[in-house]
Structures are given as C-alpha cells and as structure tokens.
Design a protein around this ligand. Structure first.
Ligand SMILES: Nc1ncnc2c1ncn2[C@@H]1O[C@H](COP(=O)(O)OP(=O)(O)OP(=O)(O)O)[C@@H](O)[C@H]1O
Ligand SMILES: CC(C)(CO)[C@@H](O)C(=O)[O-]
Ligand code: BAL
Length: 290
C-alpha cells in the first residue's frame, strides 16, 4: 500500500491520535534497501510505521552537497510502501524551521571526532532535527542504521541525556553483493565507480583480519586499512580509525564487542562512509581480489 503523505505536524498528530505502538524511521529520502530494512524492522514490531523524508539543511556544511542531494518522492513512496510504512512525513524546510527558529541541540563528546571533526556542526544539525522528529511523531521506537555508526551513538546519548521516551533501535548495515554499503550518495557514482568504492569495505575487512591475527596496536591496525586504501589512487581518505563505544581511539584495542572500525573517504568527488565491528565472527571476504 502507498503510505499516506503528511506535511504538517498537525496532520501527524491527527493521524497518530489512535492507540497502538508507533515506530519512526527518520530518513533523508531517496530510499534504498538499507532504508527498507529499517522500515521492515519497524513494521515487525509496531502497529503504525512512520517514515520521515526530510533533507535537513542544518546538517550540511556550506561546501557540502545539500543542493544536489538526490530527491524522488514517488520512488520513496514505492519503497516505503513495499516495506510496510503506513505514513510518510515530508515537511517543508519552513515547517521544521519557521521564521524565528532559534534552538540547536548539541551533544558533546560523542559528537566530536572522527565524523563530527570532519563535518563541523553536522551532528548539531542531526541531533536538532532528530529531537524535533521525535517530538512531532512521539514514537515508542525509532530506527537508525549502523551505517551511520557515530550518528547512532549521538542519538542514543541525546535520548539518554534528555530523557526522551523512545527506544532507539540500531539496524545492521545492508550491503550490495560486492560488499559496498548501500547509501543514497552511491547514486552519484556510476556502476563502475561503485565497484571501485568496494575498496572501503576491503580496508575495513583488512583491519578486522589484522585484529583476528593478533594485532592489538591501534596504529598498526589503522595502517593495515590505510594500505588497502592506498592501492587505489582515486581514494582520498578522510579518516580510518578504530574507536570504542565513546568514539575514542585508544593506543591498544580491547576485546570489547563495541570496538568499531570507521572509515570516511572521498572517491570520484563523492564522500562515502562505512564501518564494521572490529571483532566479527563472520567477516566479509569481498570477492576474488580482496
Ligand atoms: N546500507 C544501510 N543499511 C542500514 N541502514 C542504512 C543504510 N543506509 C542508510 N541507512 C540508515 O537509514 C537512515 C537514513 O539515512 P539516509 O537517508 O541519510 O540514507 P543514506 O543512504 O545514509 O544517505 P547518505 O548517502 O546521504 O549517507 C539512517 O539511520 C541510516 O543510518
Ligand atoms: C537521521 C537523519 C534522518 C536526520 O536528518 C539523517 O542524518 C540520516 O538520514 O541519517
Ligand atoms: N546518513 C547521514 C546523513 C548525512 O550524511 O548528512
């Protein structure tokens, strides 16, 4: 079924006036199978599933891709509907940030390096819009992808610190058969360029392999990943790091299951991010020449 489109907070409140557990899936649209996994998980646990589609200007830096971010509401309705969404909240920028809007939510610490350092102000924009969406929809559960690992940590911190009555659910990253993490920004790349971008996954996998082989020194683990990135001259690494659950890089890694390998790099003018757990029972092996 095609979800009903709502554009104002009043429409959302009215549509959700009845009983039942509400699940929210916040997105910036141009939905793909990664988003569909979030929606399906919400569908399985909730009575009403709301997907928000809002390209939030406040989380884009001045030189970032706000102007060309892909948008296609018909496609979003088709993907959201097929995955089981009931409602699609698609507000105008002026609905979210009317004249005189003056509030920003800042989460300290976990909003810093690596991603918050590479994109100053980005997580202020994310936490502000996510809190607004949570207040508008008032869901019992909200679903976020592990693909944006630090974002998930920031949202969890904010929800805990501000006593927001919602359960945050993290959903594992959905990948193409090649290993490339699905992302709306992949649409900026040709199929050949997307094949080349699998080098990011290979770098993450190399770090996992090095840890599995006994390496505990963070600098050497990072080096193992950087060496893979360096094989493709098109890659402009932003960061590759191994962090704990508070996003801190330590000199040596622990056996903590929350230890995560994060990468951000530019390829063909497009900035891509990805991450994997350092310790994984099943490691992606990435095809023939990984
Ligand atoms: N491959 C994926 N697997 C699981 N969740 C995902 C995946 N891609 C995105 N998500 C999640 O979907 C939600 C909405 O993300 P968003 O709309 O920014 O999509 P995106 O593909 O991450 O876009 P971008 O390319 O701009 O990073 C976020 O919680 C994000 O983590
Ligand atoms: C959570 C989010 C929808 C807030 O704009 C965005 O950062 C995203 O799509 O990951
Ligand atoms: N999925 C993260 C949203 C952003 O890059 O702005």
């Amino acid at each position: 079924m095609t979800p009903r489109v709502l554009t104002t907070t009043e429409e959302v409140r009215e549509a959700l006036a009845g009983p039942g557990r509400v699940g929210l899936v916040p997105t910036m649209g141009y939905l793909h199978d990664g988003h569909a996994a979030l929606i399906r998980q919400a569908r399985a646990a909730c009575d009403v599933v709301v997907v928000s589609v809002f390209v939030n200007p406040r989380q884009f830096g001045v030189n970032e891709d706000l102007g060309r971010y892909p948008r296609d509401l018909d496609r979003d309705l088709a993907v959201a509907g097929a995955a089981g969404a009931d409602l699609l909240f698609h507000p105008e920028v002026t609905t979210m940030y009317p004249d005189g809007y003056a509030t920003t939510v800042t989460v300290s610490g976990v909003s810093g390096p690596p991603e918050g350092h590479a994109r100053p102000g980005h997580f202020d924009g994310v936490s502000t819009v996510v809190l607004k969406l949570l207040n508008i929809v008032q869901p019992e559960r909200a679903y976020f992808g592990e693909k944006d690992w630090q974002q998930l940590a920031v949202v969890r911190r904010m929800v805990r610190d501000l006593n927001v009555p919602v359960r945050v659910v993290g959903v594992p990253t959905v990948r193409a058969a090649s290993g490339l993490a699905l992302s709306s920004r992949n649409s900026y790349l040709t199929p050949e360029q997307q094949e080349r971008a699998v080098v990011l996954s290979r770098a993450l996998w190399a770090v996992q392999e090095a840890a599995a082989a006994g390496e505990r020194d963070t600098a050497r683990l990072v080096q193992a990943g950087l060496e893979v990135l360096a094989r493709d001259p098109e890659v402009r690494p932003d960061y590759l790091t191994v962090v704990d659950s508070d996003m801190r890089e330590r000199e040596r890694v622990e056996n903590d299951p929350m230890t995560r390998v994060l990468v951000a790099a530019r390829m063909f003018g497009v900035r891509l991010i990805d991450n994997v757990p350092l310790w994984a029972e099943e490691r992606w092996t990435g095809g023939e020449d990984a």
